[in-house]
Design a protein around this ligand. Structure first.
Ligand SMILES: NC(=O)c1ccc[n+]([C@@H]2O[C@H](COP(=O)([O-])OP(=O)(O)OC[C@H]3O[C@@H](n4cnc5c(N)ncnc54)[C@H](OP(=O)(O)O)[C@@H]3O)[C@@H](O)[C@H]2O)c1
Length: 327
């Protein structure tokens, strides 16, 4: 049996219930993992509210770290007793123990603690694909300006550090002076408090009127239109989330009028569709964390049973960096 956090229906944080679930043996291609820590991500909110629908009842959670307890037929990259971590579909990491597909579960280097791993797999693999696999037409080179919204958040603080390591000039936005200070401390070259300042005007001033090559937008509704104004000709709008709500439908001709822009809406799950690519991306993440170039800040910890408070804090923009849930 495993304690787990389930929803029977979509709704607010109060819909999450602590339940006991039976956990069986792993089938072919699966492993059973006992979690030592689970990650909290904004996608958990989208899945809880039904913005991203899943079959119900649903055990939430997309990120975890722990020890492999059993290995199904055909799994060769993991064995019983291995320390491991993952970001993965289907949801289910808000639990003590679960059975899941082995494909996206990676062996964890000894130097990376379980809580660090639970705070970095989904967010760090996302930063990896955004900075290294989501390229503007003219490429991305050291010295280029990019704009990254919610720069003091979980994905944001990892992206600030990784962008700095790549030599990029990351301009971060964040919702308070304290959050802006955090983004600067972690490698952003400028930070804009978009709750008070016009980020379009600041970006134009910082870049000498030219604009940035890429806007990384996880806010959606509130920032999309203004983000287009920040791009230089042929620039890339890389949408990857909707913390303020989904972007409204719009006419593609707008992209022409703003300078022949490119638009993409990315999801991690396309990138980690195969074991090989997942491992390649994870190896890069383990390397930047192992080298100290990217430090994983766990600014909030909650017992798994108090997950409702964790969701409320995340939705109320009270968190910074990563948040982990302890089963
Ligand atoms: N597509 C993908 O592959 C992928 C993967 C991972 C994450 N994501 C997305 O990336 C974003 C960051 O994820 P995360 O888990 O690291 O979360 P997070 O950045 O730690 O938290 C979300 C942040 O968004 C900002 N925000 C702006 N408007 C908001 C609003 N109306 N309500 C709530 N927050 C608002 C807040 O920062 P400020 O107060 O500074 O504005 C808040 O702290 C999320 O949108 C998530 O869905 C996408």
């Amino acid at each position: 049996m495993s304690k787990a956090i389930q929803i029977q229906q979509y709704g607010g944080a109060e819909t999450m219930q602590l339940v006991d679930l039976e956990v069986g043996a792993p089938g072919p291609g699966e492993v059973r993992i006992r979690h030592h820590a689970c990650g909290l991500n904004f996608i958990d909110v989208y899945q809880r509210t039904g913005l991203y629908p899943n079959p119900l009842p649903l055990t939430l959670g997309m990120e975890g770290a722990g020890v492999i307890e059993a290995v199904g037929e055909g799994v060769s990259h993991l064995k019983v007793g291995d320390r491991a971590a993952y970001a993965s579909n289907p949801p289910g990491s808000y639990s003590e123990v679960r059975v899941m597909p082995a494909k996206t579960v990676c062996k964890l280097p000894d130097g990376i603690a379980f809580d660090t791993a639970a705070g970095m797999m989904l967010k760090g693999l996302t930063a990896q694909y955004l900075l290294k696999r989501t390229r503007p037409a003219e490429g991305l080179h050291a010295g280029d300006f990019v704009l990254f919204h919610a720069a003091a958040g979980g994905v944001g603080l990892i992206a600030c550090q990784w962008a700095k390591a790549l030599g990029l000039q990351l301009i971060g936005t964040a919702g308070s002076a304290a959050k802006c200070a955090l983004a600067l401390e972690h490698g952003a070259v400028h930070a804009i408090d978009y709750s008070k300042e016009d980020f379009v005007a600041r970006v134009k001033a910082i870049t000498g009127g030219k604009g940035v090559k890429v806007v990384y937008d996880s806010i959606g509704k509130d920032t999309f239109d203004k983000g287009l104004e920040c791009l230089r000709p042929f620039g890339l709008m890389a949408c990857f989330g909707n913390a303020s709500g989904p972007v409204a439908p719009f006419a593609p001709a707008i992209l022409a009028a703003k300078g022949s822009l490119y638009l993409t809406r990315q999801t991690l799950f396309t990138h980690i569709a195969t074991r090989e690519v997942t491992q390649m991306m994870a190896d890069e993440l383990f390397a930047v964390v192992g080298s100290g170039a990217v430090k994983i800040r766990i600014d909030q910890r909650y017992p798994l049973a108090e997950v409702a408070q964790a969701h409320r804090d995340l939705e109320a923009r009270k968190t910074t960096g990563s948040t982990v849930l302890m089963p």
